[in-house]
Design a binder for this molecule. Structure first.
Ligand code: IFM
Length: 470
């Protein structure tokens, strides 16, 4: 394997020794965003295959049927990771590739694909980090009610057992569910993600059942993972919330958003309860009958790690009069997330690396969590391939550098942070934004599927080399 040589940047290197021994330097992807091959392995349709066919749902009218053909190109992609010196790879498993209908029949070749991926990673010296659910619910389960239906959580427990039984001898690090806020609130509240439903009560029930699924998944993985020193947990997407304006209503809007974006997930998983004020807020749209005795104990099963995906803060204000459009804040349609007018990414997300410090320090201070990992961090920028054939994404290098420094600051402040995963390893299908927003540190030509490491990949490779003494 020939390592890829570093390229010069203007950015001063981060001091060696800023990260603890064994800190994981990784990159992340998810199944529907990269795999393509939607008809291989007898894979069943997912809610995203269906949602992509809804006119106007995806900005460029695209879908994940081809994506970046990772299902066929996986060995090449693993080899590229190895050449870049990436130490860990966080990938997700497509439930409908393993269980085409979400229950019952299992696809041997679907499972074998992930088994081969794990073997190739281990052979290349890359630590596999598996996520069981990154949003591609089997359509057959949505047809039976989706996440608002309790049965979906039970089916997830069965699926977790199937996957844990096959990969658990080699994969020690597991995340059950990725960013359940998005699945629940964007999928069933605002409807901008699959399955595109706009039913506040369903969004609230979906959130609870995603958490319950996590709890069942933890039990199933505990029973099946035999790899040494298992690390089983969940991946959340915290947003530090800042009120815009000094009115009491703006502060209350911030409290409401903080409740639904952050505290319901932390409190339930780490304390086994829901915050009272959030129950009051969401009680406006739901009778909460979906919460059964014993559920919170199941949700709060002990975990070994928590993954955090940090992209930005939420700057929030009160919007007088209920919002007319469907809201991702059930019970609080009169809150609005606004652009704070700072430097932004191509998705107009404010660039605020100090928000990462705020997020992990607050979690560490308020909840006494297990060891933490930044499971995703990155930015979309309008990359172009330059005449020299390279992608000079200086803006992304600056973004990643700022956030890696924020990780070092959090560690210096006493947070037990054990790894950082750049989002994303490859350009990919960015959900409702289609292929127009590029997050990869590796550029993909969507016509030819050619991979070109961007300057950010080369910068990251050099950072890893320096930090690990490689
Ligand atoms: O692309 C997504 C990913 O699937 C989940 N976390 C946020 C990323 C950027 O939007």
């Amino acid at each position: 394997m020939t390592p890829i040589p570093p390229r010069d940047t203007d950015i001063a290197p981060i001091a060696a020794g800023s990260f603890p021994e064994g800190f994981l330097w990784g990159a992340a992807t998810s199944s529907y965003q990269i795999e393509g091959g939607v008809h291989l392995d007898g894979r069943g349709p997912s809610i995203w295959d269906t949602f992509c066919r809804v006119p106007g749902a995806i900005v460029d009218g695209s879908d994940g049927s081809v994506a970046v053909s990772h299902r066929s190109r996986m060995p090449h992609d693993v080899a590229l990771m190895a050449r870049l010196g990436i130490g860990a790879y966080r990938f997700s498993i497509a439930w409908p590739r393993v269980q085409p209908l979400g229950s019952g029949q299992v696809s041997a070749s679907g499972l074998d694909f992930y088994s081969q991926l794990v073997d190739q990673l281990l052979t290349a010296g890359i630590v596999p980090v598996a996520t069981l659910y990154h949003w591609d619910l089997p359509q057959a389960l949505e047809d039976r009610g989706g996440w608002p239906a309790r049965d979906t959580a039970k089916r997830f427990g069965d699926y977790a057992e199937i996957v844990g039984s096959v990969l658990g001898d080699r994969v020690a690090r597991w995340s059950t569910v990725n960013e359940p806020w998005c699945s629940a609130m964007l999928g069933y509240g605002s409807g901008v993600h699959a399955p595109g439903r706009t039913e506040p009560a369903a969004a609230v029930a979906a959130a609870h059942h995603l958490l319950l699924a996590h709890g069942f998944g933890v039990d199933a993985l505990r029973a099946t993972v035999s790899a040494p020193e298992p690390e089983i947990g969940i991946t959340l997407n915290p947003y530090p919330v800042v009120p815009v304006g000094d009115e009491e209503a703006d502060h209350d809007a911030a409290r409401r958003v903080d409740g639904i974006a952050n505290r319901i997930w932390y409190d339930s998983v780490l304390r086994g309860s829901y915050p009272d004020d959030v129950l009051d807020d969401i009680g406006a749209v739901s009778d909460l009958d979906h919460i059964h005795d014993g559920d919170l104990a199941q949700i709060a099963r002990p975990i070994d790690m928590m993954g955090l995906n940090y992209y930005r803060r939420h700057h929030v204000r009160h919007l007088p009069g209920a919002s007319a459009s469907p809201s991702p804040w059930p019970g609080s349609p009169d809150v609005e997330v606004v652009d704070p007018g700072r430097p932004v990414t191509d998705l107009l997300w404010a660039i605020e690396p100090d928000g990462l410090v705020d997020a992990v320090v607050a979690l560490h201070r308020d909840y006494d969590p297990p060891p933490l990992y930044v499971h995703e961090n990155g930015a979309a920028f309008a990359d172009v391939v330059a005449p020299d054939g390279r992608v000079h994404d200086a803006d992304r290098v600056e973004f990643l550098d700022g956030h890696v420094r924020a990780c070092a600051e959090a560690i210096a402040a006493g947070v037990d942070l054990r790894g950082y995963f750049a989002w994303s390893f490859l350009d990919n299908f960015e959900w409702a934004e289609g292929y127009r927003k590029r997050f990869g540190i590796v550029h993909v030509d969507y016509e030819t599927q050619e991979r070109t490491p961007k300057d950010s990949a080369l910068w990251y490779s050099e950072l890893i080399r320096r930090q690990t003494g490689g």
